[in-house]
Design a protein around this ligand. Sequence first.
Ligand code: ZN
Length: 220
Amino acid sequence: MTSTTVPTCYWCGEVATSEDHVPPKSFFPQGKNLNLFKVPSCANHNEMFSTLDERFRFYIQGSAMSEDAFQMFADKTIRGLQKEAAQKFTASLAQYSKWIMVDGERRRIFSVEPEKQNQFFEKLVRGAYYLAFREPACGQIVTASPQFYSGLDYKTLAENLGPLLNDSSVMTEYACPNPDIFRFRFGREGTPPKQAAAIVMLFYGSVEILGLVTPSPTEQ
Ligand SMILES: [Zn+2]
């Protein structure tokens, strides 16, 4: 990048006026919240869907299996319990989650409104995509997670992407400063307009969010 380059928005490519944290700062515990990733953002896309940050932090930490996630979840949840809003939230956690057995392990999975989940996951995927490729993701974005059962079926997406995800010549691990909190792999195949990209994010070493970027039907 030269000094004359004007930073452009990670989402739409318009002139950027600020920076946005991807993933949100609140996902990182104290002591592990330095050198977080920032992406340039226009006025429209700065803080886009940030009202969902806290909610998904709880969901993601609530289904994670790591000491950091548990600590943050316990600290903030218990402290927040005094507040009425937090009580409603805790009740909704119970209402929208269920325990399932996966390979003999008990796991909590969440069902949230698909629209909200897609918005929040899309923002994460767009952020990671920009960090990886230094340009906005164009086309259609689909996301899924084995820990969330609304939205797109994770198994179907993972199976379709199998060859791409398992190809180490395509997928690269991004250098993340706190990989135990957040890490991701990325890869891109083909040339525009028939290019496909995959982003595989891992929160707290256990919660996976998969993103696929494909050309829009109109561009194909
Ligand atoms: Zn924008």
